[in-house]
Design a protein around this ligand. Structure first.
Ligand SMILES: CC(C)(COP(=O)(O)OP(=O)(O)OC[C@H]1O[C@@H](n2cnc3c(N)ncnc32)[C@H](O)[C@@H]1OP(=O)(O)O)[C@@H](O)C(=O)NCCC(=O)NCCS
Length: 223
């Protein structure tokens, strides 16, 4: 039996750049840095990031699976790499060393958690998210990351609808979405079970065009 061809948005790997960042598919050699970022409770003060207890070996095995699911077009998880010439002077050498990977410094994760093709093949929906290492927060890294992910999704992958879900208690993430200019679509009571309500966002190209104009007008466009 022949395997069906991967969908049009599928790639063996993804890579794109912003002024300060490289956003690319996770590589097996990222496992150490990934374990540090996910395992540091300061990166996850609200307890909303999953997989925080995984070992390096478990992360490595999961990255190997990710490489296959990316190629099949099921998802496209990405790592956020700070370019070496964008680091500045305000970080301890030891912190930087731990996060060093071959193309820069591993400061977070983002990407397309899932892709769903509509029944008529005309809609491609993707759920996205972002985590930024605590040492690199409040420097518009998340804004730069999500702006690039959304632009890449619309223009390169052909995404037509973006969705995003966060816990209602995740004030920083909700503020980030507000700054991005994306309106709350709905709040689902008990969406996270005992952990609280879920806040859902959903937007297409028309809403994004308006958000982008507002970001440019308020000097919050980082691409
Ligand atoms: C939410 C998160 C990604 C923000 O990352 P960041 O790089 O610090 O965000 P930015 O610097 O790009 O902030 C952009 C805007 O978000 C808002 N914001 C970010 N962090 C905030 C905070 N702690 N409190 C209030 N507002 C905040 C601000 O409006 C900010 O814009 P401004 O500085 O112009 O006012 C980061 O705190 C994080 O990784 N949290 C843990 C992971 C997580 O919960 N992910 C979501 C799972 S759905």
């Amino acid at each position: 039996m022949t395997e069906s061809a991967p969908p049009a948005h599928a790639r063996a790997s993804h890579r794109f750049e912003t002024p300060r960042l490289i956003l690319r598919s996770t590589e097996v050699d990222d496992a150490e840095a990934l374990t540090l970022v996910y395992g540091d409770p300061l990166n996850n003060p609200l307890g909303f990031v999953i997989d925080d207890k995984r070992s390096v070996a478990e992360h490595r095995a999961s990255i190997e699976k990710q490489i296959l699911s990316t190629a099949r077009g099921e998802n496209a998880w990405l790592v956020v790499i700070l370019k070496p010439d964008q680091v500045g002077v305000s970080y301890k050498e030891s912190d930087l060393q731990q996060l060093h990977v071959h193309d820069g410094f591993f400061i977070g994760c983002t990407g397309f958690n899932s892709f769903r093709i509509g029944p008529d093949s005309a809609t491609l929906t993707s759920d996205i998210g972002a985590v930024i290492h605590h040492l690199f927060r409040k420097r518009a890294m998340a804004l730069e990351t999500l702006q690039a992910v959304i632009e890449y999704g619309f223009s390169v992958l052909g995404v037509t609808v973006f969705t995003l879900e966060t816990n209602a208690r995740n004030v920083p993430f909700r503020a980030l979405m507000e700054r991005l200019g994306v309106a709350v679509e709905q709040i689902t009571e008990g969406g996270f079970g005992q952990e609280g309500d879920a806040v859902n966002y959903q937007f297409g190209m028309d809403e994004w065009k308006v958000a982008k104009q507002n970001l440019i007008a308020s000097n919050k466009w980082y691409l």
